[in-house]
Design a protein around this ligand. Structure first.
Ligand code: AKG
Ligand code: FE2
Length: 305
């Protein structure tokens, strides 16, 4: 077995894993060490891993079933591997890609589906000379550091997650956006969630939330702002500066993240993502009506609450 070294990169999250060539089959003990480090550090960085799509998929499958990305527009997937979402600001078919501005507000992957992802593995293929960083926030810490009074308020509270709140979605091809909406009607998830492996509580929060079930719009916006500001406090965040060849694997069950537009948009940035399918369906669809139609969404929520 190779000699794995794990070096923490941040207090809240992040560790670098070296001493492994992920193109090679993984020994059970190596898998175990990575899994343990993943649960502890939430975001693992494997530098200098030049993986083919097949090798990325094979490694990702060691940590769960892969999401087939039915929630995504087909044009945003790798042409030969639907398990890989291609995040690129290069043109696709002569048009801006459907992922050219993905991840620009704080989110937990696929929270706008009934089954948010368990985790994801993102491989950096091309990057601009500076910037294009990604930040992750530790949502265990966010939960743990709330006052008992706010924690009590959140117990049993549910939030409405809405795909139309993806920042910059209006800049994407309207046909693609219509497809995303059709695939992803609004869903409701509990705000406090329990990690199925560590059994620790964390917040399922972020900027793709329309409001909270049973609250007025005003109440929802104030509470959402309070929780999001708190959850993404700098001391809960790990910020990654990418190098080509980095593979980053995060636990989506206790983190949220944001991809920063802090770079020259004329320079290519290309990332391949495998998503691990969520173990649990924690959400339920609330709106047969189009996502983004607030009135019908709230009526639908009231009908099922
Ligand atoms: O491009 C990135 O850095 C991350 C984008 C994102 O949100 C994701 O891959 O889930
Ligand atoms: Fe994401």
């Amino acid at each position: 077995m190779s000699k794995i070294a794990i070096r923490p990169l941040g207090f809240a999250a992040g560790a670098e894993v070296t001493g492994l060539d992920l193109r090679q089959p993984l020994a059970a003990a190596e898998r175990g060490a990575i899994h343990e480090a993943w649960l502890r550090h939430l975001v693992l960085v494997f530098p200098d891993q030049d993986l083919t799509p097949e090798q990325q998929i094979a490694f990702a499958q060691k940590f769960g079933d892969l999401d087939g990305h039915a929630s995504q527009a087909p044009s945003t997937l790798h042409p030969d591997h639907q398990e890989i979402l291609v995040l690129t600001n290069k043109q696709v078919g002569g048009k801006p890609s459907g992922t050219h501005n993905s991840g620009r507000n704080w989110h937990t992957d696929l929270s706008y589906t009934e089954r948010p992802a368990k985790g994801a593995l993102l491989s950096c293929k091309e990057k601009p000379p500076v910037g294009g960083d990604t930040m992750w926030a530790n949502l265990y810490l966010a939960y743990d550091t709330l006052s008992p009074a706010i924690r009590a308020l959140l117990e049993g509270l549910e939030a409405i997650h809405d795909v139309t709140l993806i920042k910059g979605i209006e800049q994407r091809d309207p046909a693609l956006v219509a497809d995303m909406k059709r695939r992803n009607p609004a869903v409701v998830h509990p705000v406090v969630r329990v990690h199925p492996e560590t059994e620790r509580k964390s917040l399922l929060i972020g900027q793709r939330i329309r409001g909270f079930v049973g609250m007025s719009d005003e109440e929802s916006q104030s509470l959402l702002s309070l929780l999001n500001t708190h959850a993404t406090s700098p001391e809960f965040v790990y910020r990654h500066r990418w190098s080509v060849g980095d593979l980053v694997m995060w636990d989506n069950r206790c983190t949220c993240h944001v991809a920063l537009a802090d770079f020259d948009q004329t320079k290519p940035r290309v990332m391949y993502r495998c998503s691990l399918e969520g173990e649990q369906k924690t959400g339920r669809i609330v709106a047969a009506a189009a996502a983004g139609d607030r009135t019908s969404m709230l009526q639908a929520v009231a009908a099922v609450s």
